[in-house]
Design a protein around this ligand. Structure first.
Ligand code: MSP
Length: 514
């Protein structure tokens, strides 16, 4: 895992008929934290995200605006790129499904399945309930009072479609889950998928003739590919498919992790591995389904008008506080509720009081007692060794948590050391030692600055901006901020440190903010 390995992580591609909201930001930030963690750990990470631009809803939205679908997509896709910039997303590839490289990829994948000699794609007639809003087909048994389970209106549609013979894949899928117990996370999602597949699989329709905004089916341009089969192949596009001999594809495929919301776990854990196996392409190693956010206890929806935008959060609370909150507040995988109160508690508690105050107190004492220079550590006591040992033990623990990924537990480990360090400051009382035993005071402050260095380096994946400020205050050069530097580059005694400045201001309630 550490050092020199490679990793490929993807977010889902976001529908262009929607505007960026907290749900999109959540998936993206979680992948970004993972990407940063692995890059700092010496891995070569390919990180892709992008936009899902075909389908009937997009065609309808463009028509309603009186513009061509491509112009509509160009405009909305840009808002997702802008979201990434706002969220401080690290180096990544933004893939649009209207790009030539994706059209080539999806077309080739279709051909590979169609030509596999097993009849996995065939032409048939199909009738189904279809929701334009959800871009999903429903069985009669799934309808609730004549509507989709999501509440969307449905219409009965009958057309000639190409089908994927999913029914023939049941045993192979079950054998695949059995042989790859880590394929689906968390466990609750895995159980859900396994019982869905065990209950029997029906063939799925994978083409449409009722509208034209999509990628034509190879050798039958009357049909366009159904948006899901086409959209899923974007993960291959990101790795350079169909150039399977390219360095990129050989290096990054099979993909390491698809991060998705729990609502699209079935598409990623049932259809997608079957498509890949049918095309003779190795299957992605892991899919993780995270939970959904509500807003102050309510489902977010455009009609209720309570959709939280990433921009509103960042403007109000700051980027790093928002990133920290979403990764810390709930067990990754579970559903959560966004509330102003909970956010303010995290900002004023974990960030301002705990970490911010620790850094500010310690660095101010270094200024006052050590002439603003990194103090020299003398012989270490048991208490010193315990604190330093806890800081040094963090990296292997975090590697385990990020492999899940369980960001909340990674942050718990980090904040346990923040708490240890605050307790150590109180117990050692360097302000008193200053008068009675200045050499011991130096050692205590050395232990503390080293602990803060470990924390700042390891918290970077979640809060890159504020940790960069903290590392600047420790005068750590840019090339000594990765995980290899934790053990290799302790703070050099005597190095001059700049005057510390608070990194996490408290959130002060005003009438408007509450
Ligand atoms: N276009 C498909 C994905 C195709 S991937 C080959 C899609 N797009 S989406 O824009 O509707 O959703 C993107 C992601 O946002 C999904 O992972 C979804 O779970 C997530 N979220 C949407 N609303 C959410 C919340 N309220 N909370 C958390 N995540 C949610 O699906």
């Amino acid at each position: 895992m550490p050092g020199g390995d490679k990793f490929y992580v993807t977010t889902p591609i976001y529908y262009v008929n929607d505007a960026p909201h907290l749900g999109h930001a959540y998936t993206t930030v979680s992948c970004d934290a993972l990407t940063r963690f692995r890059r700092l750990d010496g891995e070569d990470v390919l990180f892709t995200t992008g936009t899902d631009e075909h389908g009937q809803k997009v065609e309808n939205s463009a028509r309603a605006r009186g513009i061509a679908p491509q112009a509509f997509c160009d405009e909305v896709s840009q808002t997702f790129r802008a979201m990434n910039a706002l969220l401080g997303i690290d180096r990544h590839d933004f893939v649009r499904t209207t790009e030539e490289r994706h059209i080539r990829c999806a077309t080739e994948m279709w051909k590979r399945i169609a030509d596999n000699g097993q009849g996995d794609i065939y032409l048939g007639k199909y009738g189904y309930y279809y929701s334009v809003r959800d871009e999903t087909q429903y069985e009669e048994s799934e309808l609730v009072n004549g509507k989709a389970p999501t509440g969307a209106d449905v219409e009965w549609v009958e057309e000639e479609n190409y089908f994927f013979r999913l029914s023939a894949w049941q045993d192979r899928l079950l054998a695949f889950y059995e042989a790859n117990p880590d394929f689906i996370g968390p466990g609750v999602r895995r159980n859900e998928v396994v019982s869905f597949v065990k209950s029997g699989l029906k063939d799925v329709s994978i083409s449409r003739t009722s509208f034209s905004w999509g990628i034509p089916v190879p050798n039958d341009a009357r049909h366009i590919m159904y948006v899901w089969i086409e959209a899923l192949s974007v993960y291959l596009t990101g790795a350079g498919y169909p150039d399977i001999d390219s360095e990129k594809f050989r290096k990054y495929w099979p993909c390491s992790l698809h991060m998705v919301g729990k609502d699209i776990i079935r598409h990623h854990c049932v259809y997608w591995p079957a498509f890949l196996m049918a095309a003779g392409i190795p299957v992605t190693k892991r899919v993780f389904g995270h939970g959904w956010w509500t807003n102050e206890g309510q489902k977010m929806s455009k009609s209720v008008g309570n959709v939280i935008t990433p921009k509103a959060l960042i403007d109000k609370y700051g980027l790093d506080a928002m990133r920290y909150f979403v990764l810390r507040e709930l067990p990754f995988g579970a559903d959560g509720d966004f509330s102003h109160r909970a956010m303010v508690n995290r900002i004023n508690g974990d960030l301002a009081n705990d970490l911010g105050n620790l850094a500010q107190r310690v660095l101010s004492m270094v200024q006052r007692y050590c002439e603003g220079r990194v103090p020299k550590g003398g012989a270490l006591t048991d208490a010193d060794k315990t604190l330093l040992g806890a800081a040094q033990a963090l990296l292997p623990k975090l590697r385990t948590e990020y492999a899940v990924p369980a960001y909340h537990r990674a942050l718990d480990h980090l904040w346990a050391v923040v708490a240890d360090a605050n307790r150590y400051v109180d117990e050692q009382a360097p302000w008193a030692l200053r008068k009675t035993d200045p050499a011991r005071c130096d050692t205590v402050l050395y232990v503390l600055t080293e602990t803060i260095r470990h924390l700042a380096i390891l918290i970077q994946p979640v809060m890159p901006g504020s940790m960069a400020k903290l590392l600047d205050q420790l005068a750590i050069p840019a090339d000594r901020r990765d995980f290899a530097a934790l053990a290799a580059s302790p703070l050099p005694a005597g190095a001059a440190l700049p005057k510390p400045e608070g990194i996490f201001p408290r959130f002060v309630e005003t009438e408007a903010s509450a």
